[in-house]
Ligand binder design. Sequence first.
Ligand code: 9GP
Length: 802
Amino acid sequence: MKLSKTQFRKDFEQSLTSEFATDVAKAGITETFAALSSVVKQYYTQIWQGDNQYKDRSQKKQTYYFSIEFLPGKMLKSNLLNLGILSTVREGLQELGIDLEKVAQVEPDMAIGNGGLGRLASCFMDSAASTGLPVNGNGIRYRYGLFKQKIIDGYQVELPDSWLNNVNPWEVRRADKAIEVTFGGETWLEETEDGRLIPRYRNQERVLAVPYDTAMVGFENTRVNNMCLWRSEVPQDLDVKFQNMEYMRQTSMLSAELYPDDSNYDGRLLRLKQEYFFVSAGLQRIIRHYKSNKIAPIAQIADYIAVHINDTHPALCVPEFMRLLLDENGLSWEQAWDITVKVMSYTNHTILSEALEKWPEEMVHTLLPRIYQIINEIDKRRTDELLPHVGAELIHKTRIVKDGQIHMANLAIIGSHSTNGVAKLHSDILKDVELHDFYQLYPERFNNKTNGIADRRWLQISNARLSKLLDEKIGKSWRHDLVKLEALKDFREDTETLKQLAAVKLENKKDLAALIKEKNGIEVNPEAIFDVQIKRLHAYKRQLLNVLHILKLYFDIKDQPDLEMVPRVFIFGAKAAPGYHYAKAIIKVINEIAVMINEDAVVKDRLKLVFMENYNVSLAEAIIPAADVGEQISLASKEASGTSNMKFMLNGALTMATLDGANIEIKEACGDENIFIFGLTKDEVYEYYKNGNYNARDIYEQNPVVHRILNAFIDGTIPNITNEGPEIFESLTAFNDEYFLLRDFNDYVRAQKDLENLYRDQRAWAQASLMNIATSGIFSSDRTIRQYAKDIWFIEEKSEEV
Ligand code: 9GP
């Protein structure tokens, strides 16, 4: 949009007056943020309304992306960038003596997600709008986002993230579009006069779902999509028998918290309820809009909408859509099923069994009686249809209802026309191993869509220095098409460019060093290698392997106090799931080792270990531009894709990687010489599984370096880990090291040595860094979302000529 500084200043000052009866001189920072965001919102609402009208008028097919997680982070700068007014506003504010960066800090991170799954969903929202694709989000408006992490005495402590304490300026409450979702009660089928069976219900619990819409503004275009988040409320006209405090409490709990503790029955029930809640509300809204807009007869709805099931949490979309088509729109089973399969598509984001949800039949039956009937009918009809053609064993293995449980991944695959993995290796594992039985039955449904990242946030916004340098060197076209970064390759031998790149990195490192000083009180040397591992804390991601290597370096220094080495700063950021005891033990251990190393006078400047508290999107934006190395060291086969690997690459960090997830494609893109690869391959891991011949204890006994490092966990070398040390020690020895850390240790040390050697040659390092940036274009989520649009959803980009 076009905006002059004068106009902006006028709008902003007016907003301060009308919203807070104050002015620039008197306004507090929260008021400044609120007034500014309100102006920004006014700027895009017209475009939003216009695009909504365009969508209604043109009646082009739209996608609805159902996800239990979204992780947008802060939205102010992203909205300004996409509206094309970031520098105007920055300068306008400067003239008023206001620093945009400080104001932007006030916005709480919208952290209604946990990790990669939610962040990917938000990258997709940004990319869809920016490429002009009509893709709308559908999720839950959690009152409390992912917990705030405090580190107290080295331990993770979880505090509530009340991100809604101050109003959320971006959302629009649409009370008029509220929808009722029902649970429990009794249901039975009654025959109508024309012989149809229709369901009847009694004693259901009613919950009101109120949508909150947030604009997803496209980058310098006229597309504004919608992210709809549902809040649970008590219906106004509630039956007297339900009017009690327990019911009120339960209703508000539905949209209170992301991933409620599922270690007990009530917690699990609540999760299932949440899943049905946002699925049912979302689908009802879509059908209502379809009908009120008189788009076409309901039987043609598959030509106008696509519904995406992001991981298994929204898999109830399949039976709920069936219910709506059958019970509320009078379609036949055959018609409804045909439409449902055409409309639905599913992405699998992990092979970890804990994430492939299963619900006890009895729970689904009690909570969702009609849905339970439909699921059973789907299962039965499919069995009857396939049995004559394929063996009973294959049918059994792929059943939705078996062993007293409803298998959600099976439901999602059977009820949709597309199942994709999120990196080539992961998609192959799905086809060949994890979902092989389904692949035999429905080969045409399986495909790969390698993940991507929204480069606007992860480069343009978070790394202004690098962005500026890129503009100077190769022009600005990369801002619209990331593959254009390829042009940077021409500068591989250009000494000046290499120096400038290194200078940008150094400045970013100085900023991060200042942040570390402020947050952790630790002084780090910006000239050191900044080696970073930021992601959820999970055993398969092997933060512990990184720790073992850090301990090795520490003992090397202790053994040879004059050891000459390139100084290293190891930086961690990670949250552990509240109930994940082992992951929390690792956090404690990292923090205790940090104290041990950072306070040891012998170490001096050579080694520093920093655990940054409360890892979230904003912290990632501060850390990644300053990283020299990104650690992507999961056990091969376990990380479906990873997306921070792409963010590091884009920002010129080199990757320390196993051949897992998207690391493999990163290696193919940047070239073997610009990445550090180590460790078992996926096939070698599977070979061990097959033969059962891995013996971690042998490595511990026979490798003196490993022996010494592991002993440090139990012999008092690392202080204050009386409980955690032995737990970790046992996991790596007595419990045979589930994720093969000890097996990969030597090779990891070798790769780390290679890394250090390359870093000594600053020119060669800068060249490798440049090659990473130049070849990162294919990891833009604009590419990914276009592939989904073309291959799975069959939707079109909006032409800006319209
Ligand atoms: O663990 C995967 C991660 O590898 C992937 O990059 C991300 C997005 O596809 O999804 C993660 N999975 C989950 O968060 C839960 O399935």
